[in-house]
Design a protein around this ligand. Structure first.
Ligand SMILES: C[S@@+](CC[C@H](N)C(=O)[O-])C[C@H]1O[C@@H](n2cnc3c(N)ncnc32)[C@H](O)[C@@H]1O
Length: 334
């Protein structure tokens, strides 16, 4: 059943339905001609309810517990993963250590949920300076994939290269920055920030520095795939050596944990009035002060003045730790 309302009254009707706690979230609002049908859970004396001829349902999230009931005991069923993510046509999932013996079964069940996907990787986390994922193929085959996000194409091998779904909002925000500017992306990876910026904001130039040769190779492929060869200049090497001085309008430091070691390079890369995006992981109870202090201290040591423009929580990183980004304007200190 649903409430049928004129399109012009749809917002008011929806608000009323929500306030009465009657909205059926399992179905979609359907538009038909000049009317919309808003799905409701039950009739109400204040609302005129109709029976829907063509209800549209939201797809329910596939459920591993129902799929594997009978294959393991109830304690094990409780430990099954409730979430996973998909990069292109590869599924990435974390599995509780005690369920190792069932990993292939879990992988196959996930593949059956997503017929367009070709492989499942068990994720054990990210390691080291090069931020390399530790992942095991547990079902299907082929781990190189083409991931599309916000109109940008990323080719990557999901077994060798990280791609953090939790950074989506930050990638979206970055895609709106940098128009006409000279940008330095000090930890470019496969182009996480450089490519959305180049595709959507058209900077004058993006210098994309990457240390890991595998990630660098994908970066080069992705620059071509997205037709931004005129904008993005890939550089294979250590940003501690390759970052230029005093020329950038904007510097992106999209790394965590060790980013503070490179802050002086990032700050020195900027012309007066340039903008720094400093990513870091900090204890959540020190948000945002710990990251702000890093920037203020490094600017002071470099003889520059930092003005904090914005602090953002990008995502929860681990228990009690948040990934943050600090935007700061860096001026000459006269
Ligand atoms: C994967 S991204 C980090 C993405 C994201 N901010 C996160 O960790 O959630 C970091 C990239 O910086 C590269 N990298 C690490 N140290 C570097 C350095 N000194 N110079 C250039 N690139 C570096 C790594 O190889 C990696 O590809």
């Amino acid at each position: 059943m649903a409430v049928r309302a004129q399109r012009s009254d749809a917002n008011a009707a929806l608000k009323q339905i929500i306030s009465l706690d009657l909205l059926d979230k399992g179905r979609k609002v359907v538009a038909m001609g000049g009317f919309v049908e808003i799905p409701v859970k039950r009739p109400h004396p204040d609302l005129q309810v109709v029976l829907q001829k063509k209800p549209a349902f939201y797809r329910s999230t596939p459920d591993l517990v129902s799929a594997l009931e009978g294959e393991m005991n109830s304690d094990q069923l409780r430990l099954l993963p409730r979430g996973w993510y998909i990069l292109g046509d590869v599924i990435v999932v974390k599995i509780h250590p005690s369920l190792g013996q069932y990993q292939n079964m879990i992988g196959k069940a996930l593949l059956s949920f997503y017929p367009r996907c070709k492989a499942v990787l068990r994720d054990f986390g990210i390691e080291g300076q090069l931020r390399e994922p530790v992942r095991e193929l547990i079902a299907g085959e082929g781990t190189e994939t083409l991931h599309r996000e916000n109109g940008v194409l990323f080719r990557l091998d999901a077994q060798k290269i990280m791609f953090s779904p939790g950074n989506l909002q930050e990638r979206m925000r970055t895609s709106r920055l940098g128009k006409g500017e000279f940008v330095v992306d000090m930890f470019a990876g496969i182009g996480y920030f450089s490519l959305p910026m180049a595709v959507h904001s058209r900077p004058r130039r993006v210098m994309a520095i990457e240390l890991n040769p595998i990630a660098y190779d994908y970066l080069c492929q992705n620059i071509r795939l997205n037709h931004v060869e005129e904008i993005v200049q890939p550089v294979l090497g250590d940003c501690a050596r390759e970052t230029p001085q005093g020329v950038a309008d904007r510097v992106v430091m999209g790394m965590v944990q060790v980013t503070d070691r490179y802050l002086s390079k990032g700050i020195e890369a900027l012309r007066s009035g340039g903008i720094l995006h400093y990513h870091q992981t900090i204890p959540s109870w020190h948000y945002p002060d710990a990251a702000v202090k890093d920037v203020m201290r490094a600017a002071h040591l470099a003889g520059r003045r930092a003005t904090i423009a914005r602090c953002i929580r990008v995502k929860k990183y681990s228990p009690g730790v948040v990934h943050v980004v600090v935007d700061a304007r860096i001026d000459r200190d006269f």
